[in-house]
Design a protein around this ligand. Structure first.
Ligand code: ZN
Length: 328
């Protein structure tokens, strides 16, 4: 049977692909629902694992059918089933954002066969759309591993962004645990980091792959931390952006710190433009006027992952041009 006979779109997307994309978006929305729990309970010192969700107003346990991401809120018309107190719109908003961003990154990486990832990593295939059948018939553990790592990175950054938005301090140990995990993953699975420290690093360093990957991860974390600190020092960023950029650097290398910062600044300027058009909404943020926030970085990291291959090509050609300039 020709699976392509059910082609829905010109580029060869099948109905099965659309079902998988929807599934990945639902997974993302459920992760967003979990992040709502994290953002509510962590500042109160409550466990995020134990204890079911309760209405903060009347204390009634929330029924599982009302706990569906986005849909639950819509079906309840934004009110608690028991006490009718309004449920803030930010809950379905966070779930929808997580569903769209995580669903987009996961489905593009998996179903394109890693087309958006940097070249030269044996993951990418020069075909625009491979689809579910290709993924099933040619399983690629490396691609799935990278996709899981990128999803975990996005979820972590989203959690930090929510705490920052709520004016909560980010627990410092969360940063250390995250960077320790990133370093551990880089050392144990060096093939999950597709971008070398510089184009000829592997040949010049003559170190085992795990050491090069660990070093690359460490340099990425330090680069992010330094650049974020610099932004904060000139009051262009919120206090936790260094930690967020360090996460980006540990995940994708120092080159991504540069490109994701630029993307983040574009996102920030667009957000501030919108807030200026709707000044009532901006009033809640007057003590942080037009600064790079972790929420901007969440969008920037998503764009970084979706455009990584092309951003990396730009950085590589810039790097070689600079090194030629320095050498000659
Ligand atoms: Zn209630």
């Amino acid at each position: 049977m020709d699976w392509r006979s059910s082609t829905v779109l010109q580029m060869g997307m099948s109905l099965v692909d659309l079902v998988v994309i929807l599934f990945l978006a639902v997974v993302g929305a459920n992760l967003g629902s979990f992040l709502n729990v994290v953002a509510h309970r962590v500042p109160l010192g409550m466990s995020v694992v134990f204890g079911g969700s309760r209405c903060p107003a009347c204390g009634q346990a929330i029924r599982s059918r009302d706990n569906l991401p986005v849909l639950g809120w819509l079906l309840l018309r934004g009110r608690c089933r028991d006490c009718l107190v309004p449920i803030p719109g930010r809950y379905p908003f966070v779930e929808a954002v997580a569903g769209v961003l995580i669903g987009a990154v996961a489905s593009v990486e998996l179903l394109s066969g890693g087309l958006t990832l940097p070249l030269g990593n044996a993951v990418t295939q020069d075909r625009w759309w491979r689809g579910v059948d290709d993924l099933l018939f040619h399983p690629n553990g490396r691609l799935v591993g990278m996709c899981l790592l990128h999803g975990a990175g996005l979820v972590t950054l989203l959690a930090w962004a929510l705490l920052e938005h709520d004016r909560q301090r980010l627990p410092v140990r969360w940063g250390w645990v995250t960077f320790g995990l990133l370093l551990g993953v880089a050392v144990v699975f060096p093939w999950l980091q597709p971008v070398p420290i510089w184009p000829t690093a592997h040949a010049m360093l003559s170190l085992p792959a795990w050491q090069v990957a660990g070093l690359g991860c460490l340099i990425g974390i330090l680069a992010g931390w330094l650049l974020g600190g610099l932004f904060a020092a000139v009051r262009a960023a919120g206090p936790f952006v260094g930690q967020g950029l360090a996460l980006v650097g540990g995940l994708c290398g120092w080159q991504a710190v540069v490109t994701a910062s630029l993307l983040g600044l574009v996102v920030m300027l667009s957000r501030c433009g919108v807030q200026r058009l709707f000044p009532r909404r901006a009033a809640a943020h007057t003590d942080w006027p037009c600064r790079l926030l972790l929420a901007d970085l969440v969008v920037a990291l998503t764009l970084q992952l979706l455009l990584w291959r092309w951003l990396d090509q730009g950085m590589t050609s810039l790097f070689s041009r600079l090194s030629v300039g320095a050498g000659g």
